[in-house]
Design a protein. Structure first.
Length: 231
């Protein structure tokens, strides 16, 4: 195995031996005088190399999932991801009832490298986005927002739905671009989410989208959203 010291370990070593770089004489008295510095450098370098890794460093997807299985909150999230269609609503309710503590777990799990160990990645991400929407945690919008540009329209649609339910200040700005999404499912989800927000500032975009829209279901969602925003 090749030893590759980390940046911190290398820094400790070189800061410790820096005084040696100025030595111009190799006389015995000089080496004897600097011996304590050299010993200290070796000790500090060994301590840095032996220091435990930071939390999460080098954690494999399998070990991350195994860690979730050790807590009640983690088990609730995993049960949601592993559920069959008939019991998924119950598993979603159970996860959401655990409240704020599960939010960081969901945010971490949205990493597809971990989800790949749990089956269909797209389905898992959709379920996690549903949970975040129900949890109404405004801090999770920063994680959800990039998913409105995901390559999968099912993920984009669920992201729109979650943003509409959380109803953060940025929601209208996050959702309006999705009214022009190439997939009708995403456009309909964005229209429904904007209608749920019931904010007057969304009216111009909704009306412009209705004029250009040709898909019946999306037009219905846009018209309803406009009606709600008009009060």
């Amino acid at each position: 195995m090749t030893f590759r010291p980390s940046w911190a370990q290398a820094t400790v070593f070189w800061v410790s031996v820096a005084p040696l770089l100025g030595v111009r004489s190799r006389s015995v008295p000089t080496i004897a005088r600097l011996a304590p510095t050299l010993v200290a450098a070796v000790v500090l370098f060994g301590y840095a190399c032996a220091a435990p890794p930071s939390p999460g460093a080098g954690r494999s997807p399998e070990s991350s999932v195994a860690a979730l299985e050790q807590t009640d909150d983690g088990q609730a999230i995993l049960a949601l991801l592993r559920c069959e269609d008939f019991d998924c609503p119950d598993r979603l309710r159970d996860a959401v009832q655990r409240g704020a503590p599960v939010v960081p777990l969901i945010v971490e799990l949205l990493d597809s490298a971990q989800l790949s160990t749990l089956g269909d990645v797209t389905l898992s991400r959709m379920r996690l986005l549903m949970a975040l929407g129900e949890l109404r945690d405004a801090g999770s919008v920063a994680t959800i927002r990039p998913m409105t540009a995901d390559s999968d329209p099912l993920v984009r649609g669920r992201a729109a739905e979650a943003i509409g339910k959380i109803a953060a200040e940025s929601a209208v700005g996050d959702l309006t671009p999705l009214l022009d999404d190439p997939d009708s499912y995403v456009r309909e989800a964005a229209a429904q989410a904007l209608g749920r927000l019931d904010r007057p500032e969304s009216r111009p975009a909704l009306r412009a989208a209705l004029e250009a829209e040709t898909t019946p279901d999306v037009r219905t969602a846009l018209a309803e959203a406009i009606r709600r925003s008009d009060g």
